[in-house]
Design a protein around this ligand. Structure first.
Ligand code: C2E
Ligand code: CA
Ligand code: CA
Ligand code: CA
Length: 279
């Protein structure tokens, strides 16, 4: 439900204590953000568990507003979905990430790809394939150069349609991964038929690795499942050397988290790539 009027506002705004006026101001600021060029992308590396190479950079959106300061996506992505403006923001993200990747390509980083987060509405409603192929073409990239991350809950909202849409994207050569894997209700049956290439193990499981209990078994099971289904497995939220050691031992393919790098500005990500690729 996106346009249920004012009564609905209180559900999706981050703070219930804000006055109605403040909420309306926040929304109209968000509506202007694209035009005012207030969005930017940070990039967080995903590294190979085997050789430490940077394989992928995940694009994470940031909103820099003159009055609100730096606004994180958790504060506005859902709101943008509710407001029905996520498709245009999402299209900007796709284009900006492709543009940046082509710059990195020109700098000689030919093996690295970018991962882009998709929201539910982008996958199910908008003209996603056209948006993606236009961006690829504009920046002289091929489908293999990018990866799209989709949360499990999005896929489970309408699995039939998701399968169809994902299939079309995969035909463009695009890699697809299931984000926050393990947090939605994973239907194992659908995992078998969803055209995806990778699973991203949710960071809550990675954090449980050190807490004793069943954390280790859960990670081991998810990694085994991925291997049996011939999917690549990425662990997110890796913060400690202990987690790194365990994930490596369990055979996880790719690792992402503060232990390697926080989300980096374009400049910092470029420096990271330069240092990572130094012999
Ligand atoms: P996500 O896709 O699960 O992204 C990972 C989030 O975890 C990022 O937060 C990242 O900064 C954070 N993170 C990464 N490594 C670590 C770690 O080691 N420890 C901890 N504590 N956190 C870590 P961020 O950038 O605030 O993004 C939050 C969420 O917003 C993302 O979750 C994603 O669902 C959404 N998002 C971000 N950018 C976009 C976008 O361009 N489009 C859409 N639709 N959603 C986006
Ligand atoms: Ca993600
Ligand atoms: Ca995630
Ligand atoms: Ca998440």
């Amino acid at each position: 439900a996106k346009s249920d009027g004012i009564g609905k506002l209180r559900f999706y705004h981050p703070s219930l204590k804000d006055t109605m006026q403040e909420r309306i101001a926040f929304e109209s600021a968000l509506k202007e953000a694209l035009t005012n060029q207030e969005f930017s992308l940070c990039y967080q590396p995903q590294v190979s568990a085997i050789n430490g190479n940077t394989v992928c950079l995940e694009a994470l959106i940031r909103w820099q507003h003159p009055a609100y300061g730096l606004v994180m996506p958790d504060k506005f992505i859902q709101l943008a979905e509710t407001m029905g403006i996520i498709a245009s923001i999402g299209a900007w993200v796709i284009d900006a990430a492709c543009e940046q990747l082509s710059r990195w390509r020109a700098m000689g980083f030919t093996d690295v790809r970018v991962a882009i987060n998709l929201s539910a509405q982008q996958l199910l409603v908008s003209e996603l394939e056209q948006t993606v192929s236009a961006a690829l073409q504009r920046h002289q990239l091929s489908g293999r150069d990018i990866e799209l991350e989709i949360t499990e809950s999005v896929l489970m909202q309408d699995p039939e349609r998701a399968i169809e849409r994902l299939g079309a994207l995969q035909k463009l050569g695009i890699r697809l991964s299931i984000d926050d894997f393990g947090t939605g209700y994973s239907s194992l049956g659908y995992l078998r038929v969803l055209p995806v290439n990778a699973l991203k193990l949710d960071r809550s499981f990675v954090w449980d690795l050190e807490k004793g209990g069943k954390g280790l078994e859960i990670c081991a099971t998810a990694i085994d499942l991925a291997k049996k289904l011939d999917l690549e497995i990425v662990a997110e939220g890796v913060e400690t050397k202990e987690q790194l050691a365990q994930l490596r031992h369990l055979g996880c393919d790719l690792l992402q988290g503060y232990l390697f790098a926080k989300p980096l500005t374009v400049e910092a990500a470029s420096i990271f790539l330069i240092n990572a690729h130094r012999p």
